[in-house]
Design a protein around this ligand. Structure first.
Ligand SMILES: Cc1cc2nc3c(=O)[nH]c(=O)nc-3n(C[C@H](O)[C@H](O)[C@H](O)COP(=O)(O)OP(=O)(O)OC[C@H]3O[C@@H](n4cnc5c(N)ncnc54)[C@H](O)[C@@H]3O)c2cc1C
Length: 598
């Protein structure tokens, strides 16, 4: 670390990767972590990275079996066939020769598994395909530029030699945004930004930092914290997703109530396009300078160019960080509490309201209490159910995370508990709140684990006005059940929701949907059909096409339903203006080879 010539800026050291931080290629997460079944049928998360790791979970499989109405036999496994057959790479000798003039040998990778990994994100369909099928097309090579100049040279080479480029951040998207079009005839180079992961500078006086696009969330958090700052952007994928990916997908983090969404945090962003570099001369607190075309980069999903770096706002690390939780008699009571909280008080950095099924799920992810713990747990249960009269099959939980100065947090906490009590809320303690947030990271591994036990699952999200939110939750659950029944699928579907972000005008809702697929023909396609129906129901019920996951290829078919013809044409013209040769051929939002934005 050094101090700048002017004494104002800090230049942090580049992040150092811990040697044990390898990512697994056959699903979500770190290679050292994953769920497994023990000889006695209990489930355990391996490794020592998460609080849940090493805890025996005896209730998980029995609870899932009861919930989906199918007894899960721990020995009945659909073993992953990873790695699948990987298509042979296409050649373009002139393009590769041009790359070798400015990229080191180790910055050009043709390894088959790496090409595969760069050709998908984490949708159910993609993960099922790499475990039980195959991808029709993957990048032909992966390149690792380490500077803006190298990216400019890369784009020039692609233009000259007819190559297609697809930017790659952390590969954590859930919209098929990295999936290659099977009819793409050109050589495809995945542009992996991981060597552009530095915090270039921190300006402590003006609370800003310039960060390269390939910086990974967890490393940004750690590095800024060393200097007493946070960016406050913490998506649940923070362990792997990158600053460039956040901008390119228009992301939202769980602490948005305090710090804002990605568009509130980015002050300036630069990109290399086929038409040249998009950049501004300086960063100002706010400007009125005509149409701000840099805004087109939010949600651009690799279609327009490569985001290279951005200047973001910083906040001092909070003096206090405190977890809490409250339980309510019903989802409706919890929802009424959220509405009043948003209207009458300052909501804490994060508030999450889970429905009863998710509340039960988080209980199934608990270790069996022993000794005094067992007594305490029984007494707590008796108090909540017998004395306070909450029904375990109806009650819901709200987890809370407060951040700020001591005085702020205390004021927020007391206002919040006052409103919660008005709605019958019962304080459930800091420990349950903390556990709820920590589970978020471990739960990301469950989907892949369950896939091996004949359960296909996925989350999807939307945002909706307060007045339509409760009906939307019910409509989507009803539609999933109806779609499941109409296909005569085994058992009952798992469908659950939670409210994760609050706005003046409405909320963000996350759904979790899974079904038992043993004996089902084309299970992944059947899942996709039902998810499509659920999205249709979201739109009919007044919800948005996406709150933060984006469009990719998963939802592009819905765009004509939410945008007028001239608006779609505008998008087409912007793409045409900056990339007439379609070098950036991700083809997300329908832009690209088959004609932009059908
Ligand atoms: C378990 C899990 C939890 C998640 N939680 C959240 C959440 O809380 N909030 C949220 O918003 N999302 C969440 N997501 C979705 C995902 O993490 C986000 O969409 C994230 O912003 C993607 O970033 P990435 O770096 O992984 O991008 P990638 O997946 O690598 O790429 C996504 C798209 O952006 C483009 N892109 C990437 N980098 C660049 C660049 N430098 N320049 C131009 N284009 C680029 C790619 O070409 C692609 O089209 C979650 C996903 C998972 C699997």
């Amino acid at each position: 670390m050094g101090q700048g010539d002017d004494g104002r800026r800090i230049y942090p050291e580049p992040p150092r990767r811990r040697s044990g931080d390898g990512e697994r290629f056959d699903g979500w997460g770190f290679a050292d972590s994953g769920f497994r079944i023990l000889a006695d049928g209990a489930v355990e998360l391996s490794g020592n990275r998460y609080d849940l790791a090493g805890t025996k979970l005896p209730d998980l499989l029995p609870w899932v079996s009861r919930t989906i109405g199918v007894p899960l036999d721990p020995r009945d496994v659909n073993p992953s066939q990873y790695p699948p057959a990987i298509p042979a790479p296409r050649e373009n000798a002139e393009f590769v020769a041009a790359l070798r003039k400015f990229l080191a040998d180790d910055a050009i990778c043709c390894d088959a598994e790496s090409r595969l990994r760069h050709g998908h994100g984490h949708t159910q369909q993609e993960i099922y395909a790499i475990k039980h099928g195959q991808l029709a097309r993957v990048p032909d090579l992966v390149v690792h530029p380490n500077s803006v100049e190298q990216i400019e040279a890369l784009v020039a080479a692609a233009l000259r030699h007819g190559a297609c480029l697809i930017p790659y951040g952390g590969g954590s998207n859930v919209t098929q945004a990295l999936l290659c079009r099977s009819d793409e005839q050109r050589i495809i180079a995945s542009v992996d930004l991981s060597r552009m992961n530095r915090i270039r500078w921190i300006d402590p006086e003006n609370r800003m930092a310039c960060i390269e696009a390939g910086a990974v969330g967890r490393e940004i958090v750690a590095s800024l914290a060393q200097h007493g700052f946070t960016m406050g952007h913490e998506p649940d994928s923070i362990e792997f997703s990158t600053l460039g990916g956040w901008i390119a997908t228009h992301a939202s983090g769980m602490k948005k109530n305090r710090y804002g969404n990605i568009e509130d945090l980015v002050l300036d962003v630069s990109a290399v396009t086929a038409a040249g570099v998009l950049a501004r001369s300086g960063v100002s607190p706010r400007e009125s300078i005509g149409v701000d075309l840099r805004r087109c980069l939010y949600g651009s999903e690799g279609n327009l160019g490569i985001i290279t770096h951005a200047t973001v706002k910083l906040f001092p690390l909070p003096e206090v960080q405190r977890y809490q939780s409250v339980v309510f008699r019903s989802f409706e009571d919890g929802f009424a509490f959220l509405y009043e909280l948003e209207r009458q008080a300052t909501p804490p950095a994060s508030v999450r309201l889970t429905d009863n099924l998710q509340f039960q799920f988080s209980r199934a992810l608990k270790a069996a209490p022993v000794g005094l713990g067992r007594l305490k747990s029984r007494l707590e249960k008796l108090y909540v159910t017998r004395i306070r009269g909450l029904d375990p099959d109806e009650m819901v939980a709200c987890t809370l995370l407060f951040e700020g100065s001591r005085a702020e947090v205390e004021a927020q906490e007391s206002a919040l508990f006052r409103i919660a009590r008005k709605h019958g809320g019962l304080e459930a303690g800091a420990e349950n709140g903390k556990r709820g947030y920590q589970l978020t990271f471990a739960i990301a591994y469950i989907r892949d684990f369950m896939m091996d036990h004949f359960l296909l699952g996925e989350s999807f999200e939307t945002s909706v006005a307060w007045s339509d939110a409760l009906a939307l939750c019910e409509n989507v659950k009803r539609r999933i059940r109806a779609e499941h029944a109409a296909r005569g699928l085994p058992g009952v579907p798992f469908i659950s929701c939670r409210i994760t972000q609050l706005y003046d005008t409405g909320v963000c809702i996350y759904f979790y949907f899974a079904y038992y697929y043993k004996g089902v023909d084309r299970p992944s396609e059947v899942f996709a059909e039902m998810e499509h129906a659920a999205r249709d129901e979201v739109l009919r019920s007044g919800g948005s096409l996406s709150h933060h996951h984006g469009i990719g290829k998963l939802r592009e078919g819905f765009l004509p339903e939410i945008m007028s013809g001239p608006l779609l044409e505008w998008g087409r013209q912007i793409k045409q203006a900056v990339d007439p040769q379609n070098v950036f051929g991700s083809a997300n939002h329908g832009m690209g080879a088959g004609g932009p934005l059908r």
